[in-house]
Design a protein around this ligand. Structure first.
Ligand code: ZN
Length: 160
């Protein structure tokens, strides 16, 4: 069967950047199962998988706008180090979820100097051109419960 809205696709993928560096991969992990049409994976990838079936392999390149968005430099901010007073051993690369007016945001610590901490609210993959190598392993109908929840249950999905 083909990947279509309300089907569950199980995929293996490797994501590389323009420089060939592997950014993410299911290699050595469980395949990713997702509910097609529910917006749980990035739109450009979801569109490219539409109509594919088990055994199909695709390679796609997504511009930042179709991936994790372009970088917003206003999300790069310097805050006083005392705001992190409760954090033991603050280090570059640490990520913090902060509740903002617009909803939860994740900030990454980029720099620590002179009692100031530079944090970046951009997704780590924002601004990057993404190259996906994807192999479709399995396609099945979603259960009514999965459709109601908007995500996949069982292997490769959520356990709850
Ligand atoms: Zn659920």
């Amino acid at each position: 069967m083909q990947i279509a809205p309300n089907s569950v696709a199980e995929i293996d993928y490797t994501l590389t950047g323009d420089d060939g560096q592997v950014l993410d991969s299911t290699e050595g992990r469980e395949s990713l199962a997702y509910l097609h049409g529910a917006g749980t994976i990035i739109p450009g990838l979801e569109n490219a998988l539409s109509g594919k079936q088990a055994g199909d392999e695709i390679r796609i390149t997504l511009q930042p706008e179709d991936g994790y968005g372009v970088r917003d430099e206003s999300l790069l901010q310097s805050v006083p180090a005392e705001q992190f007073a409760e954090v033991d051993d603050l280090q570059i690369g640490m990520r913090f979820r902060v509740q903002m007016k617009e909803g939860p945001m994740v900030f990454t610590v980029m720099k620590i100097a002179d009692n100031q901490v530079t944090v970046d609210g951009n997704h780590p993959l924002a601004g990057k051109t993404l190259h996906f190598d994807v192999k479709v392993q399995d396609v099945r109908d979603a259960t009514a419960e999965e459709i109601a929840h908007g995500h996949v249950h069982g292997p490769g999905g959520r356990a709850h």
